[in-house]
Design a protein around this ligand. Structure first.
Ligand SMILES: Nc1ncnc2c1ncn2[C@@H]1O[C@H](COP(=O)(O)OP(=O)(O)OP(=O)(O)O)[C@@H](O)[C@H]1O
Ligand SMILES: [Mg+2]
Length: 274
């Protein structure tokens, strides 16, 4: 990353509260982060620490927050096609085919029908779903549906890509292929990326910087520069050390649980007895 490049995205003293039964929940506190043009930043942190909330604010879906979010120095003003998002759940429309769902990412693009079709075909191929372009979401596996959502987020070639656990539902091999593919896309398009992930290794493999969030309220605990050249070697000593370091940072907080256990964390204890 070029240290003197002006920030493309600026979070300045951002805070977020939700009204909940019995009062207010402080989801984000004093969040400050500058993301340079072309930079890849990953956010890791425990379940419920505010990661998706931050992405929702940046995509412009929620304007009720404290502080300031700037893009290219301008205050954020609703959603915009220069920002693409892949949500934590795939959010496909069940009555639209794979190709039609992906086409939704192009609604604001000035393309003729041939260019539009070409672009859709290109992104269907990118996520390896050539044989399923006419299929409907209920005919896909969870991982395939997530790949459609990734194609929809990328198809308009956004300048800023927001990814909320985009590969969480994929098997390990497809996940690694998608990570490689994401790096290749970034290389071609110099896309600025903000990725939320539970997977420390994924963050280390992809990002220029990793932001560790601390929960309740979500605050920045540490920002780690990842100065490893690409392609990164997952088996290397440097990679291993950084992974241990980040895991330590996360598990030092007793409220962090591995993803498989997160679903049960908030259940009453009686549930766990069965
Ligand atoms: N619409 C809402 N109303 C009330 N509280 C909310 C709302 N959305 C999120 N929250 C609360 O804000 C906090 C942060 O939620 P958020 O979804 O951002 O967490 P997260 O870091 O993305 O978690 P996960 O890793 O499980 O996806 C949680 O305590 C959650 O209960
Ligand atoms: Mg989330």
């Amino acid at each position: 990353m070029n240290a003197i490049a002006p920030a493309l995205v600026s979070f300045n003293q951002v805070g977020k509260h939700f009204a909940v039964a019995g009062g207010e929940l402080e989801a984000i506190r004093d969040f400050n982060l500058q993301i340079a043009d072309g930079e890849f930043v990953a956010i890791v942190g425990a379940s419920g620490c505010g990661k998706s909330t931050l992405l929702r604010l940046l995509i412009g879906l929620d304007n009720d927050y404290q502080g300031q979010i700037l893009i290219d120095g301008q205050p954020l003003n609703g959603i915009g096609s220069e920002r693409g998002i892949v949500f934590q759940e795939h959010r496909l429309f069940p009555w639209l085919s794979v190709a039609q769902n992906i086409a939704l990412g192009l609604v604001n693009e000035p393309l003729n029908s041939e260019q539009r079709q070409q672009r859709i075909d290109q992104y269907i191929a990118l996520v390896g779903l050539q044989d399923f372009s006419q299929a409907y979401p209920h005919q896909l596996s969870g991982g395939m549906a997530q790949r459609v959502a990734i194609a929809r987020g990328l198809v308009a070639s956004p300048r800023i890509l927001l990814l909320d656990e985009p590969f969480g539902a994929l098997d390990a091999l497809t996940r690694q292929q998608m990570q490689d593919e994401l790096l290749a896309i970034r290389e071609r398009a110099r896309i600025t990326t903000l990725l939320v992930t539970h997977d420390v290794e994924e963050a280390l493999f992809l990002a220029d910087r990793v932001v560790v969030l601390e929960p309740r309220p979500g605050r920045i605990k540490r920002i780690v520069d990842i100065d490893l050249a690409h392609p990164r070697q997952r088996a290397s000593y440097a990679f291993h050390r950084l992974r241990e370091d980040l895991l330590h940072e996360l598990t030092a907080d007793e409220r962090y649980l591995p993803p498989a256990l997160e679903q049960i964390r908030d259940l009453p204890l009686t549930y766990l007895a069965y």
